[in-house]
Design a protein around this ligand. Structure first.
Ligand code: SF4
Length: 480
């Protein structure tokens, strides 16, 4: 590395001047109030700035000072701060804060050791409050400061505490107060924890990039895009079963979900903003019903919600993302229901979706993914004979699927795999999944003219968490 720490920080300070300011610094500048800085800092842990700012605003409207906070119940605090990360714990901390500040005459102490005695306050929070709220020369080493200092090789440490220790020796005092703000801003916007943007970083030449995997940059030639689709049977339920990690580890460029059964405001911050992805959701008018969403690494040109027909769009069944060289329609088809009570509604939806997809396919490659709630052929379910009159395999639904496919659409999985016993849904009863008594009702369909772009299709049976498993498509694209 050719730059020393001071020249690096000087250049960096100028660079981040045009970036957005971290929320805690903003609150400090706007309020000059240690109470608000402390509370906002507690709220900000493991939470995006945008969410922290909104939660802080809601809480400070009700509790602008410690006396007003002491009048709120824990439940009320929890409601006000949701959906910040770990809101249950943070509500507990804030509820007990007024009692903890009693020995300090209801004021936030300005000494490290005293701050560390407060609920929910660790070394990082205490140092941030000292430097931002009281202007004391403390070094707040959070994950960004620790990470970036190690990437640059100015420290070689295992944890933030050790980094703080080294920085106390090597960091010029004039940077103690502002180091956190500078590196958090830089870490959030450029030197990100996942896929740092080295290709457009001003330190590209000088940075040793220790332990870094830079983001992949768009190549000019064709590449393969991986798209996954999964009926999660409740997004909040599957979150508890590791959904966020499943998405991150899947390597998917796009991850579509059906049957989310939640409004976006009910989703946790982590779920709405999976790192590296942008999330888009539509929900049904009826609470806890239907709903679809898509996470995508590549920003779409356009997001279209619904298909323009009220009776279907009210059920939050379709979302479409338009990219430069394809449309992706993510759909949750209705269930025909017991005794086929809803077959008319389902077939009307199917026809409306078919017309909609046909129009898009006239413009560019069109892919439809999702839970079609129908097994097309006998090979697509374990017990075809017994289910001939049942929803999902009724003659009406199969005939519709025949007409649809014959009109110029390709069931991508069957291009690559003709074997029986390939299923995507199993009843929760009778150990159906372990016995592989299932149905293939989740699909990736592509318009026939784009068949040459197919590079692979698969069923990801090993991924648990729902009564469906995900399905996958690999598509040739010039977008990556
Ligand atoms: S070159 Fe890459 S690793 Fe180095 S500071 Fe810039 S973004 Fe971070």
């Amino acid at each position: 590395m050719t730059m020393n720490l001071e020249s690096f920080l000087l250049a960096l300070e100028q660079e981040v001047a045009g970036y957005h300011t971290p929320v805690v610094d903003l609150i400090a500048v706007q309020t000059r109030d240690p109470f608000k800085v402390l509370v906002a800092t507690i709220l900000s842990a493991r939470t995006r700035d945008e969410t922290t700012a909104k939660a802080s605003r809601r809480l400070f409207n009700e509790a602008p000072d410690i006396h007003a906070l002491s009048a709120l119940s824990e439940e009320k605090i929890r409601k006000l701060i949701q959906p910040v990360g770990f809101f249950n714990n943070k509500a507990k901390y804030l509820y007990s804060l007024p009692g903890a500040l009693k020995p300090y005459d209801d004021k936030v102490p300005d000494e490290l050791d005293e701050l560390l005695k407060l609920p929910g306050v660790g070394r990082k929070t205490a140092n941030l409050v000292l430097s931002v709220a009281f202007g004391k020369p403390a070094i707040c080493v959070d994950t960004h400061v620790h990470r970036i200092m190690n990437i640059w090789g100015f420290v070689n440490t295992k944890n933030p505490e050790a980094t703080e220790k080294v920085l106390r020796k090597i960091l010029p005092v004039k940077y103690w107060k502002k180091i956190n703000s500078i590196l958090v801003t830089f870490g959030q916007e450029r030197c990100k924890p996942v896929g740092p943007q080295c290709d457009c970083c001003l330190f590209e030449q000088d940075c040793p990039k220790i332990g870094v995997t830079p983001r992949r940059v768009k190549s000019n030639g064709p590449d393969i895009m991986k798209i996954i689709s999964w009926n999660v049977n409740g997004l909040r339920a599957v979150e508890k079963k590791g959904f966020v990690d499943i998405v991150k580890e899947s390597g998917a460029d796009i991850f579509a979900v059906q049957e989310t059964r939640a409004r976006p405001e009910q989703l946790s911050d982590e779920l709405k903003n999976i790192y590296g992805y942008s999330g888009y959701f539509v929900q049904a008018k009826k609470k806890g019903y239907s709903g679809v969403g898509i996470y995508t690494k590549k920003k779409p040109l356009r997001v279209i919600t619904g298909i323009g027909v009220h009776q279907f769009d009210d059920e939050g069944r379709v979302i479409t993302l338009e990219f430069a060289d394809f449309f992706l329609i993510n759909a949750y088809f209705p269930n025909a229901q017991h005794e086929l009570k809803r077959i008319d509604y389902k077939l009307a939806f199917n026809n409306a979706l078919f017309e909609y997809a046909k129009q898009l396919a006239g413009k560019k490659t069109t892919i439809i993914c999702g839970d079609f709630n129908v097994a097309h052929k006998a090979i697509d379910l374990a017990n075809p004979k017994a289910n001939e009159k049942n929803p999902g395999f009724s003659i009406e639904e199969r005939n519709w699927m025949d007409r649809f496919i014959n009109a110029g659409w390709v069931d991508t999985f069957r291009v690559f795999n003709q074997k029986p016993g390939q299923y995507t849904w199993w009843s929760y009863r009778f150990n159906a999944r372990s016995k592989n008594i299932g149905w293939r009702i989740d699909y990736f369909i592509i318009d026939e003219n784009s068949k040459s772009r197919l590079k692979g299709a698969a069923i990801l049976t090993d991924i648990p968490g729902s009564d469906h498993c995900p399905v996958q498509l690999e598509l040739k694209t010039g977008l990556k």
